[in-house]
Design a protein around this ligand. Structure first.
Ligand code: SF4
Ligand code: SF4
Length: 362
């Protein structure tokens, strides 16, 4: 691969060119890497054609990061890595150094501050999540809380590489799925189960009706008039509870304490090694929100991880394992119930999903 072109101009738009932040060893050997090796949980070495080496030490981050935490990470990067760190797409923080002697003192300092090192090779990487109740109005659950509870329960699988293969978990707080939920091995997805409630008295005052109508991906919203005032109506059969309309029209709140909760999906992956990338499929249709520790959700996820760990072949991703044993066996081995909600009857699904009735029994 050619070296990245130097930035030609400076603007006040967008992030600065990444090249200026590269570790000098990465910059010198850009595109000329020979191989990489796993040294121990959380530690990798990349070796360049020139013989140069760069070591990375991966720690789990809290995902929602305070200024104090950022300062701590920056201080450790200054102390051991010439100021170089990066965040991975799963919110791990990776410290990069060309000094092998710095690895163990760095890990010791991270552990002393409560940050586990791991997430590489056949382990669970940091669990990615979207914004949840903290920032986003569409959320059906507080994913940061769910993920904190899960990370605590699955800690051993982060700091040790004892799974058949890597296992990626993701959580999103609504079906817009800002996280990598559709293509992770296990996905926790916040769901609404009722259409938005329309406040007819205020729609015309606070919402732009054409924008509200066009915000709906299933064309479920129509303009109407109620008591002489412009408003909207929803064809509830078409609604898939996505909350897009609430994003543009605050007079259509969708949050519902009884009917919002969590669904669990399994078997997705982005990688195309050995088998094609896969989408997740439904495992558990609904678990009520139970903050602050969501024990029912963590129990289900832990159980799936344990059954996968005990039965999958080495280097078999979770979706590949299910493909091999078949979905009926997945449900019987995990003890999860197969319900009518597992049969996709959404009216547009046929355009994008296979509708074959074939199921593999073994
Ligand atoms: Fe907001 Fe949904 Fe994205 Fe969560 S997944 S941040 S609720 S749009
Ligand atoms: Fe349409 Fe989504 Fe609003 Fe339902 S929640 S009416 S599908 S935009």
């Amino acid at each position: 691969m050619a070296e990245p072109a130097a930035p030609k101009k400076k603007t006040d738009i967008g992030p600065p060119h990444y090249e200026q932040f590269l570790h000098p060893v990465v910059k010198k050997n850009y595109g000329k890497w020979k191989y990489h090796e796993y040294l121990k949980p959380g530690v990798l070495v990349h070796v360049a054609e020139s013989g140069d080496k760069i070591f990375s030490v991966r720690a789990g981050s809290p995902r929602l990061i305070s200024v104090d935490t950022i300062r701590l990470f920056a201080d450790l990067a200054e102390k051991y890595c010439g100021g170089h760190l990066r965040f991975t797409s799963r919110n791990n923080v990776e410290f990069m150094t060309d000094q092998q002697k710095n690895i163990d003192p760095l890990i010791k300092d991270l552990n002393a501050k409560g940050y586990p090192v791991g997430g590489t090779n056949n382990s669970i990487s940091n669990i990615i999540h979207t914004q949840g109740w903290v920032h986003c109005h569409s959320a059906a659950t507080d994913v940061s809380g769910v993920v904190k509870a899960m990370m605590d329960e699955l800690y051993e699988y982060f700091v040790e590489a004892k799974l058949p293969h890597k296992l990626k978990l993701a959580a999103a707080c609504c079906l817009n799925m800002c996280g990598a939920v559709h293509c992770s091995d296990i996905a926790i997805l916040g769901i609404h189960r009722r259409p938005p409630k329309i406040n007819d008295a205020t729609v015309a005052n606070v919402c732009e009706i054409p924008t509200t109508v066009s915000s709906c991906p299933t064309a479920a919203i129509r303009p109407t008039t109620v008591n002489g005032k412009a408003s909207v109506q929803i064809d509830e059969d078409r609604c898939m509870f996505c909350a897009n309309c609430f994003t543009v029209c605050p007079a259509m709140p969708i949050a519902d304490p009884l009917n919002d909760g969590i669904s669990i999906w399994v078997g997705g992956k982005v990688s195309n090694a050995r088998t094609e990338p896969m989408f997740t499929k439904l495992a558990v249709p609904f678990i009520p929100n139970n903050p602050p520790r969501w024990p029912e959700v963590t129990d289900v996820v832990k159980n799936i991880v344990k059954v996968y760990a005990s039965d999958a072949h080495k280097y078999e991703r979770l979706g590949e394992w299910i493909d091999r044993i078949g979905w009926p066996k997945f449900f019987s081995m995990t003890g999860l119930e197969f319900t009518k909600y597992h049969i996709d009857d959404f009216k547009h699904a046929g355009e994008t999903y296979k509708r074959s009735t074939h199921i593999k029994f073994q």
